[in-house]
Design a protein around this ligand. Sequence first.
Ligand code: ASP
Length: 309
Amino acid sequence: MTYSLAIHGGAGTILKSRMTNEAEAAYHAGLATALAAGEAVLKAGGPALEAVTAAVCALEDNPLFNAGRGAVFTSEAKQEMDAAVMEGATRRAGAVGGIFGPKNPVRAARAVMETTDHVLLIGPNALAVARAAGLPFEEAAYFFTQARRDALDRMLELKRSGEGVADPASRHGTVGAVARDSAGNLAAATSTGGMTAKSPGRVGDTPVIGAGTFADNASCAVSCTGHGEVFIRWTAAAEVSARMRHLGESLEAAARHVVMEDLAPNDGSGGLIAVDAAGNISMPFNSEGMYRGSLRAGEAPVTAIYGEG
Ligand code: ASP
């Protein structure tokens, strides 16, 4: 049996100079928990789609990461969440934009894929679909974290004073997973609160299929994290697949090109995780760090935050 799984907890990492040993250990533990949740599915011979959903749910449930519980706040101090899933065998996909309520937005995205004829839902009907699927909902107190609220206040203050944000990565964060299961099928899932102090109604790349999330058995599964507007304009996730299909590039070459040559010079701070049909994994990023982790059948899981992307 052979399977591969990679996860990310966003490229908006805490600057290395400000990271404490305690916080670093907590991030590694959160990543390890998510890898274990995904691997449990793959080890039992389960589908990649289920594995990426399980891994992303674990990250959404962890308030350290910007998705589900612990999502960032809009400029009006609300939380609006985006999520998507895509299945490589069929290119079926589901996504939600700007929602608040479902405990696990990634499950709401799956409900869109599995119970409607649509790919992307927003507004009250996205919530109705999640409710009809029997998904758990939570109140504002569950999703709230003081750290994200403080980050909003800092960001609004910077905006008022006209100062730019020195580190673009400090505004964002996202969670995601990609997997290749033992049947050779690929899947991707991504979930985010978006960017701190975003405008109400702003939707990033995460739920835009081909931008923040993509999966196709013929090439790769991709989950992105970073400055969403740029990832949308460069169709980041689909571009990795296109380079593999049309140029015959390896997963690693295609993923690195998109992150380093397309996104980096164009204000596209961030990175992505990707897996191909052979189970190869690539995790390039052009920011200071990216919370990430990966494993392959029979190998020990690895988690990392900084270092070479
Ligand atoms: N890409 C996300 C967004 O723009 C944020 C992030 O990944 O950091 O909504």
